[in-house]
Design a protein around this ligand. Structure first.
Ligand SMILES: [Zn+2]
Length: 67
């Protein structure tokens, strides 16, 4: 099955791959486990310890506020 949206979530500081946005969830690999999370997600970068935040709600044109 191909998800409608699939986007890499990378550390904002060093670019390490933290997870992958797929639809309304984020898949995060951690050693042998794979976490699937929804909502507001925070992750500490394993390389540089930067705290990264993301939201699993994909941005859409409809939700964008009028400029
Ligand atoms: Zn990093």
């Amino acid at each position: 099955m191909k998800y409608p949206t699939e986007e890499e979530w990378r550390c904002r500081k060093c670019g390490t791959l933290l997870g992958i946005h797929r639809g309304e969830s984020v898949h995060v690999k951690h050693k042998r486990a794979q976490l699937v999370v929804r909502g507001h997600v925070m992750a500490v970068c394993p390389r540089c310890a930067e705290l990264n935040e993301t939201d699993t709600t994909p941005p859409t044109d409809d939700a964008r506020p009028a400029a």
